[in-house]
Design a protein around this ligand. Structure first.
Ligand code: ZN
Length: 133
């Protein structure tokens, strides 16, 4: 699946976003090496801290089905903002543990797009290795 196709799939997922508070819609499509795809959309809550982001939902769905970082080929994340959206801090932390450092993360808002890795988005991250004493 090309990056453009992954963006299209993420756009479909974005239609399922539940964002009555921010009105900022996010969709994600995670592609596994065996061709399977997992989707996510941002799901907000009146208790804002209970909100879940689209990219975390997609990665958690893949992990829930037993897939792990080595099984993941790429992750597309799309949003409908004027500015090209990038993952929030919490998502960067999650992605730094659940994706390989060089997994392509494709970002698009339908006009602009770019490809980054989590190593680029969250350099010098805190992780499991830091817990070793
Ligand atoms: Zn996030």
């Amino acid at each position: 699946m090309s990056h453009e196709q992954l963006i299209e799939e993420a756009m479909k997922a974005m239609k399922n976003a539940y964002a009555p508070y921010s009105n900022y819609h996010v969709g994600a499509c995670l592609l596994c090496r065996d061709g399977r795809t997992f989707y996510g959309a941002n799901i907000e809550n009146a208790s804002y801290g209970a909100t879940n982001c689209g990219e975390r939902s997609a990665v958690f769905a893949a992990y829930s089905y037993g897939y792990r970082k080595d099984d993941i080929e790429a992750l597309a994340i799309v949003s409908d903002g004027e500015k090209l959206g990038t993952p929030c801090g919490i998502c960067r932390q999650v992605l730094s543990e659940l994706l390989n450092p060089d997994t392509p993360i494709i970002l698009s808002n339908g006009r602009d797009s770019m490809v980054r890795t989590i190593a680029q988005l969250l350099p010098e991250s805190f992780g499991a290795d830091d817990l070793v004493q």
